[in-house]
Design a protein around this ligand. Sequence first.
Ligand code: AMP
Ligand code: FE
Ligand code: FE
Ligand code: ZN
Length: 270
Amino acid sequence: MSNIIADLHIHSIYSDGKLDVESICRILKNNGIKFFSITDHDSGKAYEESKKISKEYDLFYIPGIEFSTVHKKKQVHILYYSKNISSIEKELVARKTDRLTRILKMVELLKGFDIDVDVEDIFFEAEYSESIGRPHLARAMVKRGFVSSIKEAFEKYIGDDKPCYVPKKEYTVKETVELAHRYNGLAVLAHPYENNVAEFIDEMIACGIDGIEVFSTKNNWHNIDYLKQKAFDHSLLITGGSDFHGDGDYQKCGLDEKNFEDFYNAWRSL
Ligand code: AMP
Ligand code: FE
Ligand code: FE
Ligand code: ZN
C-alpha cells in the first residue's frame, strides 16, 4: 500500500509485546509512521508514557486498548480508541486477575504432558505486563526447552483448540462495544481473518461496531477488498495496523493519509 502514515495496532511490554514504548516510537519514526496507537490487550497502562514519549519523537499518539471478547466460541478482538483511556481502567481489573488464574490453570494442564513450567519464568517474561497471556507462557516454555518455538507451543499445547488451552472469562462483542461507547470511544473489529471471524462480520456489525480493521498483516489482499466494501456499505470507519508484538522486524502496515483522515475526524469529534 502506498505511503502508510498511521499504524493503529501495536503491543508493548504492558501486555504481550516485547518492546517498551520508547523502542516502539523509535522504530515507528524510522519507518515514516506519523500517527500511532499502542493497543495493549485489556490494558491502558501505556497511556501516560505514550503521551509523553510520542512528543519527544514528534509522533501523534491515539490512545487505544485491544479487548478480548468471544462470539460463538471464537476469539474476537475489539479495538477501542478514545481521547483518554485512563477512565476505563477500572473496568479492566477483573479481566486482569482472570488472566492470571487462567494461566496458572494452563500450567497445571501442561503437567499432564510432563511439562513442568516454572511460574517464576512466566512472571519474568511478564515482568511489566498487566495482561499476562499465552505468549508469556509460550516464551517460558521455549526458555526451558519444553518446545523449540512459540509456534510449537501454540500448535501442540496452548492454541485455541489444543489440550492445555483454558479460555478467559468470556465477554461478548456487544457488551464490549457498549463499554467502548460508554467510555467515549470508537469500537473497531480487529483483524477479522484471525480465527475466521469474518464469516460473522454481519453479526459484528449488528453489535454496533464503528469500524473494521481492514489493513492488517493478518488480512490478504482479497480479504482487504471484501472488508473495504463491507465498511463502505455500512458507513463504517476503516482502520489499519501492524499488530506488531516486537518479534522480529517491524512490518509496516496501516493507513495512508486519505483513510487516516476519516478515522482522525471521527476520533477528534469524540
Ligand atoms: P491470550 O490473550 O492469552 O489468549 O493470548 C493471545 C495472544 O497470543 C495473541 O494476541 C497473540 O499475541 C498470541 N497468539 C495467538 N495465537 C498465536 C499463535 N498461533 N502463535 C503465536 N502467537 C499467538
Ligand atoms: Fe497479543
Ligand atoms: Fe488481536
Ligand atoms: Zn493485537
